[in-house]
Design a protein around this ligand. Structure first.
Ligand SMILES: Nc1ncnc2c1ncn2[C@@H]1O[C@H](COP(=O)(O)OP(=O)(O)OP(=O)(O)O)[C@@H](O)[C@H]1O
Length: 462
């Protein structure tokens, strides 16, 4: 830390001279002023860390000066000195932002101790500021990286990014993101968070279908130690963890009805009560939720509350499937190929034009996630540094040929068939089947439920 700069402002010249001399000898850089006008004009020219201010100056009240300088120079600390110190003045001085108060006459050692205390405080304050700057640089970096890495040249994707930027400018507005599995919903949620003023706080991502029913309330609302068997310590829930940040609720459609009612209240009131507590706690979160279901259909089926839908979808962003924007396949594939080659220490591949043509006519039920997975596989298995159609799974080539006349093109029916095929091939192992389909296990579980696919294998066993 540089030498501390100290200004002594007192109408007694003898006092300022004596004190500045002592402070200079103690290693500080000092300045003196004997009137308010002189002091204020010096502050304009010189950066001062600490002002030692007499509370009684001729014609002006030292407390008024204190208030004024604390507004104009908020980083400067002020020690008040006075020969007439009464309790009332001390309290007023401290309330107006003074860091210390000394009664005249004082020993030099007393002012030195007071200055050293202030110095420590200033040092810590600068450290916090440095850390804040560093933190915001890291977030900026992260933000840039995330944004740069959301690839797409189609007008639909440009519109999605535009909406995400708008959503980031309204950090208290809830956003609902819809779209098929693997279209990039979570990525968009992160982009909104990191581009908003909430970026330095938590992005708490919760998969509603992965939280078990029995623990759901405590996971979201937190609990008090001993409120149920297993509650060994006090615990914050997702709502509290997301204070001043973003709570991302993935697969919102899987939230049980009973929790939806309590969720609605928490979202409306911005207050939650931990399980086993009676006192509500205020928490300032923004909800971004995502689903690959059509919530209106679930409302009709009485599986989702209409009032909750209204709360969640103030802004709605829909992510188109990859097959609706085939022009994004090439830039995505190039990006993933480059990224995986770097990670796997392989040379950047040259990709045959025939690969793009083949993939353009493939329906990509697993969307971008599936494209990412097959690219990773191709890079791992490739021998040279050229990727051809042979490096992509055979299934894709068969699927990508033009459908024969009369082929049933109903996507849901084909998706159900494809899932059944993957399950059969993998002996009903859902992890292996999900990998083969290029989707997450939870997404597969949901689709099995949606299409009522039986998990009984050929031998009739589950
Ligand atoms: N436009 C894109 N650019 C780069 N990567 C993308 C893009 N869209 C999706 N991805 C990648 O694809 C994968 C799936 O994306 P993400 O998890 O965001 O999808 P999702 O819609 O939330 O899926 P789910 O509904 O199954 O949770 C991630 O690895 C993500 O980084």
């Amino acid at each position: 830390m540089n030498k501390l700069t100290v200004l002594v402002l007192d109408d007694e010249k003898r006092f300022t001279e004596e004190l500045t001399e002592f402070l200079e000898n103690s290693g500080f850089q000092t300045f003196e002023a004997n009137s308010a006008a002189q002091g204020l004009s010096l502050l304009k020219k010189q950066s001062i860390d600490l002002l030692i201010l007499d509370v009684r100056l001729p014609g002006v009240n030292g407390l008024d000066i204190l208030k004024k300088v604390k507004v104009k120079y908020p980083n400067m600390e002020v020690i008040i000195v006075s020969a007439h110190g009464d309790m009332d003045t001390v309290i007023k001085a401290m309330r107006s932002g003074a860091i210390d108060y000394l009664r005249k006459p004082f020993r030099h050692i007393d002012i030195r101790i007071a200055i050293e205390r202030t110095e420590k405080f200033l040092f810590l304050q600068r450290k916090v500021k440095q850390m804040e700057e560093k933190n915001s640089l890291i977030s900026k970096n992260l933000e840039d990286r995330i944004e740069r890495h959301f690839i797409g040249i189609s007008p639909q994707i440009k519109e999605v990014l535009d909406m995400a930027m708008t959503a980031s400018k309204f950090p208290d507005t809830n956003v609902l993101i819809t779209g098929e599995s693997g279209t990039g919903k979570e990525n968009i949620a992160r982009i909104i968070h990191f581009a908003s003023k909430r970026k330095d706080n938590m992005f708490c991502a919760v998969n509603s279908s992965a939280v078990t029913d029995s623990l759901m309330e405590s996971e979201f609302f937190g609990h008090k130690k001993g409120s149920f068997t297993g509650a060994l310590t006090d615990k914050k829930g997702f709502f509290e963890t997301s204070d001043e940040g973003t709570l991302f609720l993935d697969e919102i459609a899987d939230m049980p009805m009973n929790l939806q009612a309590t969720m609605l209240r928490a979202i409306e009131e911005k207050k939650i009560t931990r399980v086993g507590e009676t006192q509500p706690i205020a928490t300032d979160f923004r909800i971004i939720s995502a689903t690959n279901h059509i919530l209106d259909d679930l409302v009709e089926e009485k599986r989702f509350r209409l009032d909750l839908v209204h709360r969640l979808n103030t802004l709605h962003i829909h992510l188109p499937t990859l097959r609706e924007r085939p022009e994004d396949i090439k830039p995505l594939l190039l990006y993933f190929a480059e990224d995986f080659s770097r990670k796997l220490n392989k040379p950047s591949p040259i990709i045959d034009e025939e690969v793009f043509q083949t993939l353009k006519s493939y329906p990509f039920p697993g969307n971008v996630r599936e494209l990412k997975n097959i690219t990773e596989r191709a890079i791992i298995l490739s021998k040279g540094n050229t990727l051809g159609a042979k490096d992509f799974p055979v299934k894709i080539k068969i699927k990508s040929t033009q459908p024969e006349k009369g082929t049933n093109l109903n996507l849901e029916k084909n998706e159900a068939k494809l899932i059944q095929l993957a399950l059969n091939n993998c002996n009903n192992n859902q992890i292996a089947a999900a990998n083969a389909l290029g989707i997450q296990r939870m997404a597969l579980a949901r689709k099995i439920q949606k299409y009522k696919i039986s998990l009984t294998n050929k031998e009739g066993q589950k």
